[in-house]
Design a protein around this ligand. Structure first.
Ligand code: ATP
Length: 270
């Protein structure tokens, strides 16, 4: 599972129009987009851009989507890796993979490196669970810090990372010159949920009775991922029911299913 390089095909490219309800977060990452489009314009005057942007928020709120959209808007490659990929690795493998990742990225600059679930590797050092496994995690984290310090932003590589636990991160990661910018990606409000429903129903055959705002008011607490899931589930239900278009009833039943699924998941966790 090496770092994945996404080809930014014009037809599959993710841009800001795919990301709904995160206007503030979008405005904040706009600077990164501008920079990636033309790194020289920024570095000419000697200014330093943030090296790392940390996206913080609950699961499924669109952190990965937003990072991909930044790459899509700037039309640059996107390298991604998940912190959980580094768990249970043999000695030296994690650090070597981090080294390779930065090396490949520098060759493709300007570009973005995205680290999902950075808390899995970036948890505070020295408060570990099992020795051994934990030592290797620390090696990986140390290598990440070394790599971050070892490149200048003017090379055009911007690091983005996502977590839902910023509080457990090693403070070394949050120092100036590392992840010195934090952006909150929260669950959507009513307007945000309406917009996310709009994004995820735009290619569906909807019956005229479908009211997106009403759906949004039936889904308080839903993150974007759950809304995407409900929209797809509604389409499948309507097909199974032999309908020509998706009706309000299909959405309502789909929403109930998603809620039931969430409740089951929470029961397993508790
Ligand atoms: P995790 O922390 O679990 O990795 P995440 O915050 O990275 O979650 P994504 O993986 O970006 O969430 O979201 C999953 C899917 O949910 C997206 O691919 C998209 O289909 C949908 N989604 C989430 N948030 C939004 C949003 N703001 N606008 C449109 N779609 C969204």
């Amino acid at each position: 599972k090496a770092a994945l390089y996404e080809n930014l095909d014009e037809h599959t490219r993710i841009t800001f129009k795919d990301v709904a309800g995160l206007d503030e977060a979008k405005a904040e990452v706009m600077e990164v987009v501008d920079f990636l489009k033309d790194p020289k314009k920024y570095t000419k005057l000697g200014g330093k851009l943030p090296k790392g942007v940390l996206l913080v928020g609950p699961p499924g709120t669109g952190k990965t989507l937003l990072a991909k959209a930044v790459a899509g808007e700037a039309n640059v490659p996107f390298f991604s890796i998940s912190g959980s990929d580094f768990v249970e690795m043999f000695v030296g493998v994690g650090a070597a993979r981090v080294r390779d990742l930065f090396k490949s990225a520098k060759e493709k600059a300007p570009c973005i490196i995205f680290i999902d679930e950075i808390d899995a590797v970036g948890r505070s050092r020295g408060k570990g669970f099992m020795m051994g496994a934990n030592d290797e995690r620390e090696n990986t984290l140390n290598q990440l810090l070394v790599e971050m310090d070892g490149f200048a932003t003017d090379k055009g590589v911007i690091l983005m990372a996502a977590t839902n636990r910023a509080d457990v991160l090693d403070s070394a990661l949050l120092r100036p010159g590392r992840f010195d910018r934090q952006i909150v990606v929260d669950r959507p409000d009513l307007k945000g949920r309406t917009d996310i429903f709009a994004v995820h129903t735009k290619n569906l055959s909807l019956s005229p009775d479908v009211n997106l705002k009403a759906l949004a008011s039936q889904t308080p607490g839903f993150a974007g991922a759950e809304i995407a899931n409900a929209a797809n589930e509604a389409a499948l239900l309507a097909s199974r029911r032999g309908k020509q278009s998706i009706e309000m009833k299909d959405f309502e039943d789909a929403i109930e299913r998603v809620i039931a699924g969430l409740e089951k998941k929470n029961k397993v966790i508790n």
